[in-house]
Design a protein around this ligand. Structure first.
Ligand SMILES: C[S@@+](CC[C@H](N)C(=O)[O-])C[C@H]1O[C@@H](n2cnc3c(N)ncnc32)[C@H](O)[C@@H]1O
Length: 220
């Protein structure tokens, strides 16, 4: 981490970072740990969770422009979380918290069931080599994982610049009994709340098309 990020980590963690009780691995989540939104934000408001928030550009922008909603950034990259806290502090966004943890465990156990109004996953690592596809986050079974954390009617928003991952995402989510499509045609419209990040810019520069998908949690 840079000096500024190091300082952010020690000075801003007290307010922004939820200290995750761990299981065995360093980014794991203890199965008994719970992130209770009403307690963490000091109010009841719609909760938006971003998985793999990177440097935090999308979520800080959203948090600072939507004060009536609460935001949670989930990342394993601490430099990105430090940057997120720095930018949130600069923007005076107090409706944001960050979690350093393996995202599927956050969705499976840390968040109370049905507590999230939206889950965003933008430019999830593509693991483009075939032998690495099994490491992709959005694969068979992910519908149940994310569907547990979302409330009925809640939205899962996805975007990627890798065509074959976009096709895999759509196949996996179309087959998930917890979800239905919230778009017409082949792909969803670009989500207007998604700001341009370095990953999107890089994809475009390499001539890759950006594809969005939106799915709605069906009633339990
Ligand atoms: C390609 S980057 C995209 C970052 C950001 N969403 C953007 O569009 O700029 C993917 C991010 O997902 C994070 N990530 C990958 N696997 C993760 C996991 N299991 N739990 C939490 N974050 C993860 C990575 O650390 C990385 O920052």
């Amino acid at each position: 981490m840079s000096e500024a990020q190091d300082r952010a980590w020690s000075e801003l963690s007290g307010f922004y970072r939820f200290d995750v009780p761990r299981d065995a691995a360093s980014t794991s989540v203890h199965p008994d740990a719970v992130f209770e939104p009403t307690q963490e934000y000091g109010r009841t408001a719609p909760l938006i969770v971003e998985i793999g928030s990177g440097q935090g550009h999308a979520i800080v922008n959203a948090a600072s422009t939507r004060p009536d909603q609460d935001f949670l950034a989930v990342e394993v990259y601490v430099g990105g979380l430090a940057r997120t806290m720095l930018d949130a502090d600069k923007a005076d966004a107090r409706n944001l918290r960050v979690i350093e943890a393996n995202a599927p465990e956050v969705l499976e156990t840390l968040l109370p069931e049905g507590s999230a109004d939206e889950v965003w996953i933008f430019f999830s690592d593509p693991w483009h080599k075939k032998r690495h596809h099994k490491r992709r986050m959005i694969k068979d079974g992910f519908g149940a994982t994310v569907g547990r954390a979302l409330r009925d009617g809640g939205l899962l928003r996805l975007a990627t610049d890798w065509e074959d991952y976009a096709l895999q995402m759509r196949e996996v989510m179309d087959a998930a009994p917890e979800f239905e499509r919230a778009f017409e045609g082949e792909w969803a419209e670009r989500y207007e709340g998604r700001v341009m990040t370095a990953f999107e810019r890089k994809g475009i520069a390499k001539g890759r098309e950006i594809r969005d998908l939106t799915y709605r949690r069906v009633a339990r």
